[in-house]
Design a protein around this ligand. Structure first.
Ligand code: SAH
Length: 245
């Protein structure tokens, strides 16, 4: 998968990409990450990428030429995404869709943002990572890169990790425990130590349901609520739907 990132802080993005799973995927060639410094596309001595907004007001806006000229020079993969608080909220379904393609391009804004003509003419989608305002798109771009690349076949150490985890099935993940089985008097649930794999699977499913009902009832609604099997599972472990008690 090829991923191009356009930024005025290339070392921020490049540095992040040398560590952990992403670092390994880049080193092994599975991910072809190309970071482009927008200042390389400027011609003036100050390497200016921004200018004051037409119409007045605070702050500066990224000029269109460095972005457009970089895109034309490197012919980056589609879709071209611009990071911005006004975009569609990034989620696991979007991460999956992007990981099924062969590449993507991320444009990181700075200051007050990017000249609207870039968004109108070369950007396929605007993506937000949440309802808050960052100082720049780099951290948001890295969120997208990490969420997408860990789904690529062979990037995550254990392939099953992506099957079981939060959002995979529209539910949050069940609680996880490791050794020691008793720590400061805090016990790991007995069922997980029982060796009864079918019961463990049912317990985990029930915990996922209960946790999602508690914390993210909106996700349960999206799935169409609980069915009889879900209710039976909750009942088996003495759990209830917090909305009906
Ligand atoms: N003036 C803009 C905010 C600009 S923030 C507004 O009010 O909408 C500067 C840059 O940070 C943006 O161009 C974008 O690339 C990035 N950014 C800020 N918040 C973000 C978010 N929630 N998600 C993704 N990118 C964000």
């Amino acid at each position: 998968m090829r991923i191009d990132v356009l930024t005025i802080f290339p070392e921020l993005v490049g540095g992040f990409a040398t560590h952990s799973l992403l670092g390994r995927a880049v080193a092994s060639g599975q991910v072809d990450l190309r970071v482009h410094d927008l200042r390389d596309a400027t011609t003036d001595v100050h390497r200016t990428v921004d200018d004051a907004p037409f119409g007045g007001g605070a702050g500066m806006v990224l000029r269109p030429e460095p972005i457009m000229e970089t895109i034309e020079a490197v012919d980056p993969p589609r879709p071209v995404l611009a990071l911005g608080p006004g975009g569609t909220t990034f989620d696991q379904a979007t991460a999956r869709r992007l990981s099924d393609g062969d590449g993507l391009t991320l444009i990181c804004g700075r200051y007050e943002g990017v000249d609207q003509r870039v968004l109108d003419h070369v950007v396929d989608e605007e993506v937000s990572i949440g309802d808050y305002v960052l100082a720049g798109g780099e951290v948001a771009a890295l969120v997208v890169v990490e969420a997408v690349t860990r789904l690529l076949p062979g990037v995550m150490g254990n392939r099953d990790s992506a099957v079981d985890e939060s959002f995979a099935d529209g539910l949050l993940e069940y609680p996880q425990y490791t050794r020691p089985s008793s720590y400061r008097g805090w016990e790991v649930p007995e069922v997980l130590r029982s060796g009864d794999h079918a019961r463990i699977a049912r317990w985990r499913r029930a915990q996922s349901l209960r946790r999602t009902l508690d914390r993210r009832p909106d996700l349960v609604d999206v799935r169409g609520g609980l069915d009889d099997q879900d209710r039976a599972l909750l009942a088996e472990f003495g759990l209830t739907d917090p909305r009906t008690v």
